[in-house]
Design a protein around this ligand. Structure first.
Ligand code: SF4
Length: 435
């Protein structure tokens, strides 16, 4: 028998699709249904890595609206391996907000969200989600799992959602700054997070009535590790000539994707490796003049910044902070300990010198001419860290910080940003060529 609350999901999907259709002219993506049918018409092994990723994410999204599926709403950086091992569909409201921005829906939803939160300076990924929840276009979750790593609004968003839908939530407290802990304190932190993961599994078992199969988890961990291996190889190839357009690479955002632990993720990143390998053997993309490192994300309602840099200026993004594989290979014999280590290892949830060390390594390894950070105004972690980093590196490399918002298009003006991009290109030219 279907659970009563899940039956709402069908109507929620209809409301979501109707809203998307009504704002079709604002969308930066092809019409949603056109996009799906163009992918669906192709043989699976003819799809590009980006199409495979789009297809799988769309499949997960549609499954999240199915009354037959168990759905967890999880915060952005929550590892998903345990969910896949328990046949639970992961749904990240913040990640879907990026899609809502691409679909031209975010302006209205952020305004609705702000009228609820009475606040216009918190992260608009979350505020847009609040708007979507108030409009009732997200699928009712079975339960919610949030970590303190790293988004500040995540816990409040989960509590608000849990209350609205009458569902239970579980919170994992991850100590900040694991890189700065001594061995003894790190070991205490790892045990502390591991214990909470055991408690989380007990919570899920209680909610679903199903036990976690640890042999299955070990298999899922192997898939996650294989995915990691393919993506590390992609990162190695990118140390040579630019082989993939920046916006495309940025959309893989491996640290945010909730596909870790799936068979599809292995296929997506293996395909990406084959594509960049082929492009590398052809000599890379044309007219590479400058090599850029990109920090944080991009505006999802508009892609003029990266297109302008790459198409007009030959300034290619060759490495992104959000595609950094910061965690070690997971240990299938000690899965929860190693997932705890993954939770502790995010450099964005660390002292600033850890991030600066990472940028420094990128400057050398990827032979960067410049770094651009898109400073999302509501992000307490990335916004301030980026401005401090630009000051730290100002005598070493051209470092541009563009203040903006990834989801909320209301204050965006490309002509204003373009003036700053042109000055940045000039500064790279002076450092590189002396004129
Ligand atoms: S911008 Fe910052 S707070 Fe917002 S979703 Fe991203 S990491 Fe979290």
């Amino acid at each position: 028998m279907l659970l009563a609350y899940r039956q709402k999901r069908t109507g929620q999907l209809e409301a979501f699709l109707a809203l998307a259709a009504s704002r079709k002219e604002r969308s930066t993506m092809k019409d949603f249904s056109e996009k799906i049918s163009s992918i669906a018409g192709k043989e699976p092994d003819k799809l590009t890595a980006a199409q495979k990723r789009g297809s799988f994410i769309t499949k997960l999204l549609m499954q999240a609206y199915s009354p037959n599926e168990t759905v967890v709403w999880h915060s952005l950086f929550m590892p998903t391996e345990i969910f896949y091992a328990m046949d639970i569909i992961p749904f990240s409201t913040e990640m879907v907000s990026a899609g809502l921005a691409g679909a031209g829906l975010s302006k209205d939803l952020v305004e609705i969200g702000e009228s609820y939160t009475q606040c216009n300076d918190s992260c608009s990924f979350a505020t847009c989600a609040v708007g979507a929840i108030n409009e009732d276009i997200f699928p009712v979750p079975d339960f919610l799992i949030t970590t303190s790593q790293l988004c500040d609004p995540a816990k409040k968003l989960a509590s608000m959602s849990a209350k609205k839908y009458g569902r239970r939530e579980f919170f994992i407290d991850v100590p900040f700054g694991a890189y700065s802990l001594n061995n003894e304190d790190y070991s205490i932190a790892r045990k502390y997070v591991t214990r909470q993961l055991y408690e989380m599994i007990a919570f899920i078992e209680d909610e679903t009535g199903k036990k976690l199969d640890y042999d299955r988890l070990a298999e899922i961990i192997k898939l996650s590790n294989e995915t990691r291996d393919w993506f590390r190889k992609v990162r190695e190839i990118r140390k040579g000539p630019a082989v993939i357009r920046g916006a495309k690479a940025l959309d893989f955002s491996s640290v945010l994707l909730n596909i870790w632990g799936s068979n599809e993720a292995v296929d997506i990143f293996r395909t990406l490796y084959e594509e960049v390998g082929r492009k590398s053997s052809e000599g890379g993309l044309p007219n590479e003049k400058y090599r850029i490192g990109w920090v944080h994300l991009r505006p999802y309602y508009d892609n003029t910044i990266i297109n302008y840099l790459e198409e007009n200026c030959g300034a290619y993004i060759v490495v992104e902070e959000n595609n950094y594989i910061f965690w070690d290979e997971l240990d299938s014999d000690n899965p929860l300990e190693s997932i705890a280590e993954k939770l502790l290892a995010n450099p964005a949830y660390s002292d600033l010198q850890i991030k600066n060390r990472l940028y420094s390594e990128n400057i050398e390894e990827y032979r960067l001419d410049g770094i651009i950070g898109y400073a999302h105004k509501g992000c307490r972690h990335f916004y301030s860290a980026l401005h401090i980093a630009s000051e730290h590196f100002k005598n070493r490399i051209s470092f541009l910080v563009v203040d903006g918002d990834c989801v909320d298009p209301r204050a965006y003006s490309f002509p204003l940003v373009k003036t700053r991009l042109d000055s940045f290109i000039d500064s790279m030219s002076i450092r590189k060529d002396g004129f």
